[in-house]
Design a protein around this ligand. Sequence first.
Ligand code: ATP
Ligand code: MG
Length: 281
Amino acid sequence: MTEQCGMDSRPTPGDLERAEQDRMITDSLSRIKRKILVMSGKGGVGKSTVAAYLALLLSRKGSPVGLMDVDLHGPSIPHLLDIRGGLDMREEEKVVKPFAFSEKLGVVSLEMLLGDRDAAVIWRGPLKISAIRQFISDIEWGTLDFLIVDSPPGTGDEPLTVAQTIPDAEALIVTTPQEISLADVRKSINFCRQVHMKMVGLVENMSGFVCPHCGDTIDLFGSGGGEKTAREMGIPFLGAIPADSRMVELGDQGKLDRLAEQSAWEINRAYGEIVEKILNS
Ligand SMILES: Nc1ncnc2c1ncn2[C@@H]1O[C@H](COP(=O)(O)OP(=O)(O)OP(=O)(O)O)[C@@H](O)[C@H]1O
Ligand SMILES: [Mg+2]
């Protein structure tokens, strides 16, 4: 006589729902060529700016691009691109499309669902995981060359969920030149190795400051540390972006697209090189 263990091994409605969501995630991701997670060890090094600007520059070169903001506590992408509209999440709308910033750039951020820019959102881990999975399963991203993902600093729930949900995600790590930031970069690199996430490379942001008066470069936070760390850690160095007060000004005004029109500016030359390296990697 067979013994009954008393446990029912049939799938629960929750299991079936999750399997269906897994299927939708796989389906959505299969239409996106490259998924790039922008991350950093330290806060405030310019991740969101780099994510938004790279997405903008890649889309201006003709690639269809998606920009997904998974910084659920401090979403800043809508601010940088001056997006005020929300997403249409009505029940009768079966397909939720990203906000069309332009013909080639679609954007999704939690802020677009919340309505209130200044709302403080309290998220526990499981809720974050489920929100990020829904950003992929329930949004009709369409066929994309790139999905750029902006994450909060560190190696918490958000980058971990992205790494687990998008098996072929590649990390782009942003740092500033000073040692205190570089120490945290090494943690980010080790995190990527632990979760087997490929790394596109390292970007040194705010590397040198070009004085608007005399034109001389002042190394505010030092420079060259990013390249050295990338070499030591065996990952590609994508380039150094100078600190430029016009980036702050135009970012604050949500006018990064106006910055992109100034092809002669040093900051755009630096970004241009990074874009080329990404396209060729
Ligand atoms: N190359 C640059 N030159 C000058 N300022 C910059 C540059 N890149 C980013 N900044 C400025 O640095 C500030 C922080 O940038 P941002 O919000 O992108 O950082 P973050 O790493 O996403 O921060 P958080 O960790 O809070 O998410 C912003 O005011 C932004 O305009
Ligand atoms: Mg940010």
